[in-house]
Design a protein around this ligand. Structure first.
Ligand SMILES: Cc1ncc(COP(=O)(O)O)c(C=O)c1O
Length: 445
């Protein structure tokens, strides 16, 4: 009987999504595994989404989902927001790309510099991946050193330095020689950072850190951690680079404004593109002026689509519609969603909890404190296939999230949608309880 619960959940999913399953078969012929973005794959196969409107997604089979993933946080205003659409369409009518500087770039740069305390100048690129890659290049050029200190489990995009982990076996295709320039510390561990800097600061350009690692499972920075990183960077004369590709959404000035810590460089993306492909990096004027193309010793940074006119237009509309009051509202909805999920775990009698900062919520499968990736991975290991089944059980109830238990909230969501997600979470945990009791008794309270 216990096995049938998992089979029932999977069977219900496949019965709802036959057209997606057929499309995946077709996709497999021309896309490896039918996929062109690792993070959107989940078992048994992902649903193909064909339409987004406000807080809702519709898949190929016509199922509707309340979207709590929002293209992994980039769609802070949900789908097809009229103001963003209007801005993009007006620009489309005037042509898309010119091999010249464009006014929209100046306007969006002004908005970002005004909002983000440490950013005096900014450059645009096409993804968060490029943003962290170029912020690192800026730091290396400025310091004349090659080393980068980053945190275990941190995600900074898909270029080699960002994707490299401490495990060479896992890093297929990434040159091993690169590793001599990468130093790893656990998140939330200032001693580890201090020890590395004490020994290697002469070879290190900067510390690259996401203030709250989102893909890293939303461990909350300990009191004084980010300030401590700033102090250590000063003490050892290395740069502090914040990856705010996701955390920029947490206040008008990103998490740096909340923590009151000024990094030297900041990587940005997602919400500043109004739904289009975007990245940006910026910071201290002296560092950024290295990119002044009139300088003989300028850092080369070209790109056919840098500062794309449609992206700039939609990005401006995105930030215009994102005053602090609106951010406060969705952050409070994040509080509500996280508290609702925590209560649901309690009520179902299953070990689990959320970590949450503002509109970012992450589900965990363990009790106790959660400070870094080690804590998080342990919970997931012990939960076996429960996270996967919970994800499918939520999809079956029309709630869309990341398979790894990541939720985020857009501005088109209200209390009523949050309540629906909590109810579905409750129902899903109850559905799973007998299966959990049979297969993971240690997770039963
Ligand atoms: C913190 C962080 N940095 C960088 C990136 C890479 O951004 P992109 O996917 O736009 O390349 C991501 C993407 O999710 C991210 O979460």
């Amino acid at each position: 009987m216990m096995k049938t619960i998992s089979q029932q959940i999977i069977a219900r999913y496949t019965a709802r999504t036959p057209k997606s399953q057929a499309m995946l078969e077709r996709a497999r012929r021309v896309l490896p595994g039918g996929n062109t973005r690792t993070g959107v794959h989940y078992a048994p196969y992902p649903a193909f989404m064909v339409q987004g409107s406000g807080a809702y997604l519709t898949d190929l089979d016509g199922n509707r989902y309340l979207d709590f993933l929002n293209n992994f946080t980039s769609l802070i205003h949900g789908h097809a927001h009229p103001a963003l659409q209007d801005a993009a369409q007006k620009q489309l009518a005037n042509g898309t790309a010119f091999a010249s500087p464009m006014v929209g770039q100046v306007e969006l740069a002004e908005m970002i510099c005004e909002r983000v305390p440490s950013v005096e100048q900014v450059r645009f690129c096409n993804s968060g991946t490029e943003a962290t890659m170029l912020a690192v290049r800026a730091a290396r050029a400025f310091t004349g050193r090659s080393g980068i200190l980053k945190m275990h489990g941190g995600y900074h995009g898909s270029h080699d330095l960002a994707a490299a982990t401490a495990d060479p076996e896992a890093d297929r295709g990434i040159p091993n020689g690169l590793r001599q320039n990468i130093f790893f510390a656990p998140f939330n561990d200032l001693n580890a950072v201090e020890n590395i800097l004490a020994e290697h600061a002469h070879a290190i350009a900067g510390i690259l850190v996401e203030p709250v690692p989102n893909a890293g499972g939303v461990p909350i920075p300990r009191e004084g951690y980010l300030q401590g990183l700033r102090a250590l960077a000063n003490q050892f004369n290395v740069l502090l680079i914040f990856d705010e590709v996701i955390t920029l959404r947490l206040s008008e000035g990103g998490y740096q404004k909340i923590a009151n810590v000024m990094p030297d460089l900041t990587a940005m993306g997602k919400i500043i593109g109004g739904g289009f492909a975007v990245g940006a990096f910026g910071g201290n004027r002296d560092i950024m002026l290295q990119f002044d193309p009139a300088r003989q010793d300028r850092i080369l940074h070209s790109g056919t689509f840098n500062g794309h006119s449609v992206t700039m237009a939609a990005g401006i509309a995105s930030l215009q519609n994102l005053p602090q009051a609106e951010i406060d509202r969705i952050n409070a909805l994040g509080d509500k969603l996280a508290a609702g999920f925590d209560d649901a775990f309690q009520e179902a009698g299953i070990v689990g909890q959320t970590t949450q900062v503002g509109s970012l919520v992450q589900v965990h499968w363990r009790g106790g404190e959660i400070y870094n990736m080690g804590d998080i991975a342990e919970g997931f290991r012990n939960a076996g296939d429960l996270p996967y089944l919970l994800h499918l059980a939520m999809l079956n109830r029309g709630i869309y999230s990341a398979a790894r238990g990541e939720y985020n909230i857009s501005t088109v969501v209200t209390e009523s949608e949050v309540n629906r997600a909590i109810t579905s979470f409750n129902e899903s945990l109850h559905e799973l309880k007998p299966y959990a009791a049979e297969n993971y008794p240690a997770l039963i309270l």
